[in-house]
Design a protein around this ligand. Structure first.
Ligand SMILES: N[C@@H](CCC(=O)N[C@@H](CS)C(=O)NCC(=O)O)C(=O)O
Ligand SMILES: *[C@@H]1O[C@H](CO)[C@@H](O)[C@H](O)[C@H]1NC(C)=O
Length: 237
């Protein structure tokens, strides 16, 4: 075997095995909410789950830091003075805001693409605020339930035309944002109001089922008891 040949082999080795594994050891780091009452367990922040879901769907390796939001560590407040989770670090600085973070993940890890057409961006975006109003409501005739139903019906119509996901056959960024919010809706309304999404909204029900069955979702969701504990002070202040 010639010396030249050996040199070539080692170059190929460095480029295909050693360099990539070195680069992936500079893992992405992400700070998310810890469960209230359990510092080593994933908490109930839908924005944190949205970021984790995006990383999971793109098979990005990451290191997770669980943050007790009632007692934020000093280092966390130093790198992130606003103190909100999630924040991400791709190797140089910490970046807050799930909208910004998801955009950056898409830029750095384009495959598989989770980009949805811009006109689909607002799909389902009023579900979370209308769910929160209905959850907190003590007056059954104040229209908050109907407002939520109207938003769910709008999602039903969208999915009927474009489903099974918001952008068709493949999951997209809008689904990553909606999935954790629909989970909070199901768990909190089920617990506090014995309410669930009407079966007549069959496309929404199927959509929820598809989302919650994904490995990425199961791996990144908070346990139901933490979701309930998180909403309890807002339901009964
Ligand atoms: N707009 C932000 C919202 C993030 C947010 O509200 N995070 C909550 C937890 S779900 C938080 O950090 N709360 C603790 C605090 O504000 O001190 C995003 O999309 O990332
Ligand atoms: C989070 O911080 C609060 C305030 O210091 C503390 O009471 C609570 O025990 C902490 N939670 C966990 C799970 O460490």
């Amino acid at each position: 075997m010639s010396y030249y040949y050996l040199l070539q082999i080692s170059l190929v080795l460095v480029l295909t095995i050693l360099l990539p594994s070195y680069c992936s050891s500079m893992a992405v780091e992400v700070c998310v909410k810890a469960a209230v009452g359990a510092p080593n367990v994933l908490g109930d922040c839908p924005f944190s789950q949205r970021v984790l879901l995006t990383l999971e769907e793109k098979k990005v390796t990451y290191k997770m830091h669980l943050i007790n939001v009632s007692d934020k560590p000093k280092w966390f407040l130093e790198v992130n003075p606003e103190g909100k989770v999630p924040v991400i670090n791709f190797g140089d600085k910490w970046i807050p805001d799930s909208d910004v973070i998801v955009g950056l993940i898409e830029e750095k890890y384009p495959n598989p693409s989770l980009i949805a057409p811009p006109e689909f961006a607002p799909v389902g975006s009023k579900i979370f605020p209308t769910f929160v109003s209905f959850l907190k409501s003590k007056d059954p005739s104040d229209g908050t339930e109907q407002a939520l139903l109207d938003e769910l019906k709008a999602l039903e119509e969208h999915l009927k035309a474009h489903g099974p996901y918001v952008n068709g056959q493949n999951i997209c960024s809008v689904d990553m944002s909606l999935a954790p919010k629909l989970y909070h809706l199901e768990v909190a309304l089920g617990h506090f109001k014995k309410w669930s999404v009407p079966e007549s909204l069959s496309h929404v029900c199927n959509y929820i089922k598809l989302l919650f069955e994904r490995e990425s979702f199961k791996k990144t969701k908070a346990e139901e008891k933490y979701v309930i504990a998180g909403w309890a002070p807002k339901v009964n202040p």
